[in-house]
Each structure stands twice: as C-alpha cells, then as structure tokens.
Design a protein around this ligand. Sequence first.
Ligand code: 3PG
Length: 207
Amino acid sequence: MNDPQELFDHGPVIPVVVLDEVGHGVPLARALLRGGIRVVEVTLRTPAALGALERIAAEVPDAVVGAGTVTSPDLAQDAAKAGAAFLVTPGTTESLLDAAEQTGLPFLPGVATVSEAMRLAERGVTALKFFPAEAAGGVPFLRSLAGPLPGLRFCPTGGITPAKAGAYLALPNVGCVGGSWLTPQDALAAGDWSRIEALAREATSLR
Ligand code: 3PG
C-alpha cells in the first residue's frame, strides 16, 4: 500500500484508538476484523502505543495498522520501525512532512485550513486528514473545498459520531472518516471485545 488514497478503500471508518495496555492491541485488532474493519490507527499518545502497534503488525497480518498522533519526526521513525503501515498527523510542519516522506509509508497529514491544504497539494499530497473536523467547520467547510480543490480527498476526524458520519461520507471529497467511538475506553479496559466487534460491524454500513 504505497498510495494513501488506498486507505480510503478499506471502508468508511478508520477507528482511532488510545491504548493503555500493550496487550490490548492484538485482541482489539482481531475484534475489529471480526466486525469487518481491517484498518486501525493506534495513537502515539500513551506509553503502550508503540508496543501495541508492533504486536498488531506482527501477529495480525490481515490488519492494516497505522500510527496516529504522529507529532514529531522521531515519532514518525519510531512508528515505521514498529511496523506501522501508515502514518496520520494531527497537523503538519515541514520537518514532520519531510520525516513522514522519508519513511516511505503512506501518510495522512492533518490540515484545518484551505491554505494548509493547498500547501500540501503543492507538494503532491492529495489525501489529507481534516482535523479537528467538527470544531474546524465540519461538513459545510469540506463541502466548500470540493469546488476549488477537486483533487483533494479528506479523512475528517475529531468530534464525529455515527449520527454525524453519514453527512461527511456523502461528500465527494471525503474518502472515509476517523473516530474513536468504535473503541470506547470502558470497553477496552473491560476487554469487552464483542462490544467493539459490534460497533465495528455497525460502522461498516455507515456509507
Ligand atoms: C483524536 O484526536 O483522538 C481523534 O481525532 C479522534 O477524535 P474523536 O475522539 O473526536 O473521534
């Protein structure tokens, strides 16, 4: 998978996950798979994240596991070493973009304004994360970009719920949405994998 646009082809939702236990990664990825979701974004905002990502990459070959909350060049390199299949950043700096490109991995750089999106388009990046989606303008903002910037596709993330996802997914410039609602912290803490499987199954039919 060298083209980040392929991330959009796996399904309507990328689950965004915060993991507090390294051991939760593999059963979580398997639960999502049973529910029909291959892609999972492990956010690098907990000490357990890289270890969990590494185990998913090694032990769940059918999963496409990526790293989210990549906020520094070092984290981009760490994620690549751990076996990440893709990278997601909440915003974009020049050094972060350089580091992400150097990994050779597909990545979704975060943007929240028209100028940020245009700057990335100048560098040949056409698949972007729109973050924080609801706070930064939501569906009306993305709809407004489809005319002037038709070559760009977005994964809006931040504040999206199952009730809100459909309106995003109906836009021509939305490839998929990201969200944490599929992996609630209480379900993870309790090891309630069947609940996560059910949430994944519901999410696959959102488009
Ligand atoms: C995040 O920052 O955790 C992601 O953007 C997910 O946001 P959400 O919890 O609003 O889905």
